[in-house]
Design a protein around this ligand. Structure first.
Ligand SMILES: [Mn+2]
Length: 198
């Protein structure tokens, strides 16, 4: 999908919601896996250097070099517990500053959510975002030039009462809505009279 988007728009800024970096060189000795994909993308010239950002990171860091190499690919990171300090508005500001005017691809690994909100995934990590936090983050990213997006790592076999599917479907709906409305979400189009806080 990144290759297809880059063919149409050129290299993109990646806004990556995930518990994990996914920029390892190999994962179980394999170079092309769900844990290495964004290093391969950078190597292929699909990402604009110094415009991408991870949000929600808290997964296994095997070595300090993981973070150093990740930075060398031009990524910056807002860890899950950074959100407690800078808040959602601070994270949104950081993303917008990072991305600038570059076309944006948003990738949402559903394990960015806490397992309480997304148990149906292969590599759950405690201490993640709530679904409300994630949706507010996404909905505040209006105005970005969103040219592509994905939602990955939903595993229905591990899900309970469709908790994960409901979260993922809502995220996907918001992303599609942002793409067809030039960065605004359906909620921003909805009547405001139902909200006591604007
Ligand atoms: Mn992940």
């Amino acid at each position: 999908m990144l290759r297809a988007v880059a063919r149409e728009h050129g290299p993109v800024a990646l806004v990556h919601f995930d518990a994990h970096l996914d920029t390892w060189d190999t994962y179980f000795n394999a170079p092309v896996t769900h844990g290495t994909i964004f290093r391969r993308a950078f190597e292929e010239g699909l990402l604009v250097e110094d415009h991408s950002i991870h949000l929600g990171i808290r997964g296994p860091i095997y070595d300090q070099i993981d973070m150093e190499q990740d930075r060398s690919f031009g990524f910056r990171t807002i860890r899950a517990n950074d959100l407690d300090v800078i808040g959602i508005d601070g994270a949104v500001d950081a993303v917008k500053q990072r991305v600038g005017d570059v076309p944006v691809y948003v990738s949402v690994d559903i394990d960015v959510l806490d397992p309480a909100f997304a148990p149906g995934t292969g590599t759950p990590e405690a201490g993640g975002f709530s679904s409300r936090e994630l949706l507010r983050l996404l909905r505040q990213l209006s105005g970005l030039n969103l040219v592509g997006a994905d939602v990955v790592e939903v595993s229905p076999a591990y899900d309970h009462a469709e908790v994960t599917s409901v979260a993922a479907a809502t995220v996907a709906f918001d992303l599609v809505t942002m793409m067809v409305t030039g960065g605004r979400t359906a909620r921003e189009h909805a009547p405001e009279t139902d909200s006591a806080v604007r």
